[in-house]
Design a protein around this ligand. Structure first.
Ligand code: PLP
Length: 437
């Protein structure tokens, strides 16, 4: 049967060269396990868990069934002065696996919403503490914290901020933690904890009492997996405590087993005050995000507001959507019953060995990795990002989907990936990155 041609004129695609896409579309029509299929029926292995979303692999029946059942039972409820029992169940289930002390959860629909919600919660907390002057934020060069206005302000990937001047809020950036000497380091680099002193310096320059929070991705994901140097996150915690600044871990990518622990906070032994979560929360099946905060943050905000009004003037139509809650509960069930966080920890050495086998290939200038995520840095092409997009296309043609940012590939397959499928993915990387051209 001949397929009808698709009219692509009307969908304005995000973070996409729309003109190029129309000439050379890269579409997926079906997925299962760690495989996608194009509309022509060609198989493409998924080397990035979708977009770090599908940690338990695609096409999970348990999630589909939970969603279907929930849709039939209660398709929607508002969450302003109304609720469905399922959202409380999910918040409790999350608090069981979150770092100790972070057991109050606010829901949204995307990582970007979680980041902007976290910004507002930090501001509300300081106001409640009698410090409304704390309106400045600190983040890090090369950071990605989503694309809403707060996240755009925090962005350290300047290309995501440049075109939107005028809408951003007051953010000071620390340096990123990558340096030349660390090329081809597996796991945490030994050198670099001193870079946390940037926070101390910013406190001296601007006044620590003006700063509300410092946002970091424990492992900088979107830029291409930059692993924190040993002691770096611990030092950020100490400096934040010294100045009364909240420490926020954006775990939108690192959450739900990606590092080998439930969250990077536990993996690196540093407990933040606030955490943002999304993506693998529902295995990518239904949009959902969460902000987890320490009990005292929520209690302080609640206690500061008179009992006859809502405590946080913030929320979304789709906050705690019951269908998303059902998807998340089913996903957490899979993580637990299949022991996927432990599986990530045990698969990690095999995964990292496989990644580091790419070391001497002509296009590779650096490799980084931790847990089940790795960055493959490519020799730059004619313009920044040109090589990344050419290589990404070649990989797609050879049967592997991998996310590219600029000239870095981010290789982060599902935690369920078999060793055989992992070798097939690495073989395709070997083939494409091994070509001299
Ligand atoms: N924060 C981090 C660390 C991310 O990696 C992302 C997305 O990749 C976001 C926030 C934004 O999430 P979303 O695209 O769901 O808005």
């Amino acid at each position: 049967m001949t397929q009808m041609p698709i009219n692509m004129d009307h969908h304005w695609m995000p973070f996409t060269n729309n003109r190029l896409f129309h000439q050379e579309p890269q579409m997926f029509e079906r997925a299962e396990g760690v495989r996608y299929w194009t509309p022509e029926g060609r198989e493409v292995l998924d080397g990035s868990s979708g977009l770090f979303t599908c940690a338990a692999g695609h096409g999970r029946k348990e999630i589909a069934e939970a969603v279907y059942k929930q849709l039939q039972k209660l398709d929607y409820t508002p969450h302003f002065q109304r609720a469905a029992p399922i959202s409380f169940k999910l918040a409790e289930a999350l608090s069981d696996i979150l770092p100790e002390g972070l057991d109050r959860v606010f829901f949204g629909s995307s990582g970007s919403e979680a980041v902007d919600s976290a910004i507002k919660i930090c501001l509300a907390y300081h106001k409640a503490m009698g410090e409304p002057q704390r309106t400045r934020f600190v983040s890090r060069s090369w950071a990605y914290h989503g694309v809403n206005l707060g996240g755009t302000s925090l962005a350290g990937m300047v290309g995501n901020r440049r075109d939107f001047a005028g809408v951003t809020c007051d953010v000071v950036h620390m340096r990123h933690t990558w340096n030349e000497e660390q090329r081809f380091t597996t796991g945490q680099p030994e050198e670099g904890a001193h870079l946390a002193e940037d926070l101390e310096e910013i406190c001296m320059t601007y006044g620590g009492e003006t700063i509300a929070a410092v946002f970091v991705e424990p492992i900088a994901g979107s830029i291409g997996t930059i692993v924190p140097p040993l002691g770096y996150l611990q030092r950020l915690r100490e400096i934040a405590d010294k100045y009364g600044i909240l420490l926020v871990f954006d775990e939108v990518i690192t959450g739900f087993g990606r590092t080998g622990s439930a969250f990077a906070a536990q993996e690196f032994g540093v407990t933040p005050d606030v955490m943002t979560l999304a993506k693998a929360l529902t295995n990518g099946a239904i949009p959902m995000s969460a902000v987890a905060v320490k009990t005292e943050i929520q209690q302080t905000v609640i206690g500061s507001i008179s009992a006859d009004r809502p405590e946080l003037m913030h929320g979304y139509t789709y906050s705690a959507h019951p269908v998303a809650c059902a998807a998340a509960l089913a996903t957490l069930g899979i993580y637990e019953s299949e022991g996927l966080f432990d599986r990530a920890a045990s698969l990690s050495p095999i995964f990292l060995d496989a990644v580091f086998s790419l070391r001497n290939l002509p296009h590779v200038t650096d490799l980084r990795g931790y847990g089940m995520m790795a960055g493959i840095q490519l020799t730059p092409g004619e313009a920044p990002g040109a090589k990344g997009s050419i290589v990404q296309r070649r990989l797609f043609d050879e049967g592997l989907h991998v996310k590219a940012t600029g000239d870095a590939l981010i290789f982060a397959p599902a935690l369920t990936t078999s060793e055989e499928d992992l070798s097939m993915m690495v073989d395709i990387l070997q083939t494409v990155l091994g070509r001299a051209e």
